[in-house]
Design a protein around this ligand. Structure first.
Ligand SMILES: Nc1ncnc2c1ncn2[C@@H]1O[C@H](COP(=O)(O)OP(=O)(O)OP(=O)(O)O)[C@@H](O)[C@H]1O
Length: 825
């Protein structure tokens, strides 16, 4: 398998639509290529799964069906939430050797995964990220996206640092991170579990990230609590600056993850945190699913609260956050405004104690069991503030009003954790998972006909066993609820920020304490284990400094058991119970948390343009008929406006009380009445028309591709506008409606006959010859003396003519009589 093109896919066109262009990176179970969606000429990511070893003619079809269902679910959910990578489709192809290669088509993202970032930071020996910064950065992907998925009974199933993609540019306001692999990660693991039930579970998961129940199904069902475990580990790794698995190597991952005495809590990993933070983590990584936080939202909220809880004495919280969100809100906060952190000189914003720079350390840091052993503080004791083991400062009394300052990219101070820097290992050792995707080893599938082609999410999710990655129904709690035994946390230890301390903070079990030698758990567990060695194949993605997880490196000591390990009380006796218990201990009174059901998606309308492929298509790639853009509708024939005035109105304007006729106003009213049907007839209709405008404005943002405005993709509600007796015309755009109304009014004016000289007062009083005194300029024109009617003038002419004729006849008679008298004489 070439590291440059593991599947030899570059240059191929998948499903006739997606040209494979270049390799992006390779993870444990997949290879990601950059591709081109040929039609729209958009970049896509083609994620090809290394499942050749698990698929043959018998399993390929079943897998493909379930894979499509998962893809469909992720496609749907990615439309609902902008913090998911958008799933465009999925399919299956074959390699040149005839090996099945299922693949997903995803939106192309510019940026890098958290895993890659951690690896790069580690390679550059940069400081790790403080917890508060991590909480802020990952919050939308967890409290919005993952919580939304959990609410829909979909879980991720393989949360690792690679699951979080940090975007270079925000495709939409506030969207700076996306969650990858929702759902598909699980279906891939499910397949492997089913077709190779005897395969070591460790082969399917990233060492250190797998939850106990993923390694030992007897512990319980997978569920949102499984993701909680992965989330906790991701945070721990980001705080540590190295994979948790490195801290537990020496035995295989399963035996460590499943050891109730060695829970990967911050303190057990050498991270000094305050009690509340330790407690939240301890519950998140509890051995039994039933003892964990039930979902990502609760875990995250509790963790935020725990960090916030230190604020009164340590002032580590962002002031604005405190003001804006005094209580844990049920509302997810996408794109949470990142207010500047404020911190005092001796505290860090991550829940850790930081010793003022330059102060000598008199006591080496004590971590985990050591700290517990050396302290009389217990979790039940009233909290008296952090214990200052250095003795340099009183433990509580903070200096009066220390200057608050913004926390700007904290270096070591922000982390406050001293972790020995393990050398970055290369592709270490025998990876027990490389065979998962080693297509070169797979020959059995050769010759089996592949159902190639883009098989976009078409089938409705089956409700059967092979269906979506659904969360199992909760199991009724047992009669005696188990208690989560949170260990009495040792007092936090002040850790110097700068200069770096000469003595490293021991990782688990590396304490110089004599107790270490006496720990029975230490016996025989040292030594490198191939199971824990680098699980990643060589990947360009990780060439820059090693993977963030799964890298084997130098051996580390095995952790000593905690004085009272987290979850040990219940867990030690419980592993045999396969039941999933969703009860929570009374011993750890849970602050009233908002019900997850109250969680609402941030945006009811998708901010992201829908996939160009139809989610309902089947078989080969089908191009989704694009929603008709608003602009197109503008061009649709609307109506013969000229005909409007002559047509009877179907819906007359609202009956307004008849006003006494006054000439010009009456004319205008008449004209407006013709146009009235365009306007909504009722206030409700007016409101209905205003709504789409707001909606359009709200959605008037560009798609992540920056190509088509989202408003084109989200047609506003249609409003039927009846105009005269014309067929009902659907006008979508309120602007269009206004324009239409204006044009119609204009048309009415044009089509109206010229104003008749008959004015009401003249018609009703034809004998009146005097106009009323004009009251305005407009009226003066209307009431000006009017020309005499033609009829009257004609009468005058007739009278004149008749008079002339009479005069003429009289003259003629007179002349005739004169001649007669002359003749007589
Ligand atoms: N949609 C995407 N756009 C751009 N790059 C992506 C996309 N999806 C994944 N990548 C990148 O491809 C690389 C390989 O990803 P992949 O998921 O195969 O492995 P991983 O996440 O690094 O590790 P693992 O799967 O073992 O947890 C990573 O660098 C990842 O950031």
């Amino acid at each position: 398998m070439s590291s440059l093109d593991p599947f030899r896919m570059i240059g191929k066109t998948l499903a006739g639509h997606f040209l494979v262009q270049s390799l992006v990176g390779e993870g444990r179970s997949s290879v990601v290529y950059k591709g081109l969606h040929i039609g729209p000429k958009k970049a896509v990511a083609l994620k090809c799964y290394k499942l050749g070893a698990w698929l043959d003619g018998g399993t390929a079809e079943t897998f493909l069906r379930r894979f499509r269902e998962e893809s469909k679910a992720s496609s749907q959910i990615s439309k609902e939430q902008p913090f998911f990578v958008r799933s465009i489709g999925s399919g299956m192809t074959t390699s040149d050797e005839g090996v099945y290669i299922p693949y997903s088509v995803l939106e192309w993202l510019d940026g890098r995964s958290l895993g890659r970032e951690l690896a790069e930071r580690r390679a550059r020996a940069e400081s790790t990220r403080p917890l508060t910064e991590l909480l802020m950065r990952l919050e939308p992907a967890v409290k919005v996206a993952l919580a939304h998925a959990h609410k829909q009974k979909i879980l991720h199933g393989d949360i690792t640092p690679g699951s979080f993609f940090l975007l270079d540019k925000e495709p939409a306001p506030g969207v700076s991170i996306k969650l990858l692999d929702l759902g598909t990660a699980k279906v891939v693991r499910d397949l492997a579990r089913e077709v190779a039930p005897k395969a070591a579970p460790q082969a399917l998961f990233s060492p250190g990230h797998a939850a106990p129940e993923q390694l030992d199904p007897k512990l319980g069902e997978w569920g949102p609590w499984t993701d909680v475990y992965g989330l906790a580990v991701v945070l721990l790794e980001a705080m540590l600056g190295r994979p948790v698995a490195e801290s537990v190597q020496g035995k295989d991952a399963a035996s460590i993850v499943l050891d109730p005495k060695k829970r990967p809590t911050p303190r057990n990993l050498g991270i000094s945190v305050f009690d509340p933070v330790e407690r939240v983590f301890a519950k998140a990584v509890a051995l039994l699913p039933a003892e964990r936080w039930p979902n990502a939202f609760e875990f995250w909220s509790e963790l935020e609260d725990a960090v916030r809880a230190e604020e009164p004495t340590r002032r580590v919280l962002p002031t604005k956050m405190e003001e804006d969100e005094p209580e844990a809100s049920t509302e997810p906060r996408p794109g949470l405004a990142r207010p500047p952190y404020t911190t005092s000189d001796d505290t860090s914003p991550n829940g850790l104690l930081i010793e003022p720079a330059g102060l000598p350390r008199s006591v080496p840091p004590q971590v985990g069991p050591l700290a517990a052993a050396s302290s009389s503080t217990s979790s039940t004791a009233p909290k008296a503030g952090p214990t200052d083991v250095t003795g340099l400062k009183p433990p509580v009394a903070p200096p009066p009003a220390p200057p608050f300052r913004p926390m700007v990219a904290p270096p070591v101070v922000g982390m406050g954790v001293q972790v020995p820097k393990a050398p970055v290992a290369g592709a270490a050792g025998a990876s027990n998972v490389t065979n998962v995707g080693n297509v070169a080893n797979v020959t059995g599938a050769a010759g089996v006909q592949a159902s190639a082609g883009l098989s976009h999410v078409a089938n409705p999710p089956s409700s059967g066993s092979g269906g979506l990655f659904k969360i199992p129904p909760p199991t009724p709690p047992p009669a005696t609820p188990k208690k989560v035994q949170t260990p009495p946390p040792p007092p936090p230890v002040r850790v110097s920020s700068a200069p770096p301390l000469p003595q490293p903070v021991p990782t688990i079990g590396e304490s110089p304490s004599p107790a270490r030698a006496s720990s029975p758990d230490m016996a025989g567990v040292r030594g490198s284990s191939p199971d824990l060695s680098g699980a990643r194949a060589s990947s360009p993605d990780h060439m820059a400094g090693g993977g963030a997880s799964g890298r084997a490196s130098q051996p580390h000591a095995i952790p000593r058991p905690m004085a009272k390990p987290a979850g040990a009380g219940g867990a030690a006796s419980a592993p045999a119970s396969p039941t999933t218990i969703r009860s929570f201990p009374a011993a750890a009174p849970k602050p009233s948390r908002p019900d997850l059901s109250a969680l609402k998606p941030v945006a009811s309308q998708p901010l992201i343009a829908p996939s160009p492929l139809s989610p309902s298509g089947s078989g080969s790639a089908s191009v989704r008929p694009k929603p008709e853009p608003v602009e197109v509708r503008r061009d649709t024939p609307t109506m013969p406006l000229e005909a409007v005035p002559d047509t009877p109105r179907v819906s007359p304007p609202p009956a307004s009380p008849p006003t006494p006729p006054s000439p010009p106003p009456a004319l205008e009213t008449t004209r407006a009445a013709h146009a009235a049907p365009i306007a909504p007839a009722t206030p409700a209709a007016q409101a209905a028309q205003a709504e789409p405008a707001d909606e359009l404005d709200a959605n008037a943002t560009t798609s992540p591709d920056g190509v088509r405005p989202v408003r084109e993709m989200v047609p506003p509600p249609k409003t039927n506008v009846a105009v005269g007796n014309l067929p009902t015309v659907i006008v979508d755009d309120p602007e269009q409606r206004k324009e239409l109304a204006a044009r119609q009014r204009e048309t009415v004016r044009i089509a109206m006959p010229p104003p008749t000289p008959a004015v009401p007062w003249e018609a009703t009083n034809p004998n009146s010859q005097s106009a009323p005194a004009p009251s305005s300029a407009g009226e003066s024109e209307a009431l000006a003396p009017r020309p005499r009617p033609v009829r009257k003038r004609r009468g005058l002419w007739v009278v004149a003519l008749l008079s002339f004729i009479i005069v003429f006849l009289l003259g003629a008679v007179f002349i005739a009589l004169w001649h007669y008298s002359t003749d007589l004489t």
